[in-house]
Design a protein around this ligand. Structure first.
Ligand SMILES: Nc1ncnc2c1ncn2[C@@H]1O[C@H](COP(=O)(O)OP(=O)(O)OP(=O)(O)O)[C@@H](O)[C@H]1O
Length: 314
């Protein structure tokens, strides 16, 4: 039976045994184009087995940094470290990279070029082909292996590009917008696959403009703005560092909160106020006042990564 695309069923093929990954680190990376500095002393870490989301507006410098990490673009300052040492070509050859420009040939047959790519990474052709078929099966594209890439839908071409990055059992993954253009089923399939690599200690750095996806997937976040890091670290730490926010709902207008000592009113809409008390005393005083005004709800708000991102770049 020929599988339909997209959203075809995904087979669950078992993975090879665990293999150690490592820590990837950018240290003061700097890059200029002409006299314009587009990446300015950027530092961050991608921990083993963690998924780190790389976000920033168009032109913030994400692709340029990924290219420097992969050595396809020279840096003008700073270093890329792999397990604490300056990275070299040998270490990079064990990375899986999905470049922005993708890089597979539209007119070539899928299995042929995956086999060739595997050979470029030092794999025996037969092993590369076996691995290619396993990954294509995993993405529901097993029956398309002999087709030319250009005959697939864009989303399915994207899955093949990801398969190309995973082919040689990489120790780290650097993926430039791997989820763009994928339907929700394909996103879930790819996330499931990436998690298997992470379970083996593989660090994953991926860029995306989809903040909801980043919120759902990431252990850590790097927010880039005009070539500089505005926010970086484990997601829970970043959330915890933010001032506590509460939603207060009363039966009557909540405008009175504006006059409360030690309380910043972030937003006010009729009976509802979003507030940040300066400390526990201010919070207790606020709830006492609210109790006398028909308090319906007083709940701590968990900031989304979208909130953190917007605050970081504002
Ligand atoms: N080869 C180049 N020559 C000149 N300028 C470049 C070159 N490559 C990138 N730039 C510039 O460097 C800046 C960063 O670009 P980059 O592609 O890294 O951003 P990005 O964050 O990946 O953006 P996007 O989200 O749109 O992919 C941009 O201003 C871009 O125009």
């Amino acid at each position: 039976m020929r599988l339909k695309e997209p959203g075809a069923a995904y087979s669950s093929v078992h993975y090879s045994p665990p293999r150690a990954g490592g820590t990837l680190e950018a240290l003061d990376l700097t890059r200029r184009f002409g006299d314009r500095t587009v990446v300015d002393e950027v530092s961050f870490r991608v921990e083993p087995g963690q998924m780190t989301g790389f976000v920033g507006a168009n032109g913030a410098g994400k692709t340029t940094i990924m290219r420097m990490i992969m050595g396809v673009l020279n840096q003008h300052g700073g270093t890329v470290l792999w397990n604490g040492r300056p990275i070299d070509a040998r270490a990079r050859s064990r990375f899986g990279y999905m470049p922005e420009e993708r890089g597979l040939y539209p007119k070539q047959r899928i299995a042929d070029q995956l086999g060739y790519l595997g050979q470029l990474h030092g794999m025996e052709r037969s092993r590369a082909l076996t691995e290619a078929h396993r990954l294509l099966d995993r993405f529901g594209l097993g029956e398309r292996a002999k087709d030319r890439l250009e005959t697939l839908s864009l989303g399915n071409q994207q899955r093949v590009q990801v398969a190309a990055a995973l082919l040689h059992d990489p120790v780290a993954l650097v993926l430039d917008e791997p989820f763009s253009g994928l339907d929700p089923t394909a996103v879930d399939a790819m996330v499931g696959l990436l998690r298997e690599y992470m379970a083996r200690g593989v660090p994953v750095l991926f860029s995306s403009h989809q903040l909801d996806l980043i919120d759902r997937l990431c252990d850590a976040l790097v927010v880039l703005d005009s070539g500089t890091v505005r926010l970086a670290g484990p997601v829970e730490q970043l959330r915890g560092a933010r001032p506590e926010q509460y939603r207060l709902v009363c039966t009557a207008d909540a405008g009175w909160t504006r006059g409360q000592p030690g309380v910043e009113v972030v937003d006010l809409d009729g009976n509802t106020a979003i507030v940040t008390p300066a400390d526990a005393e201010a919070r207790n005083q606020l709830t006492r006042q609210a109790a006398d005004r028909g308090m319906v709800e007083f709940a701590r708000l968990r900031p989304s990564l979208g909130d953190l991102y917007r605050e970081a770049i504002s």
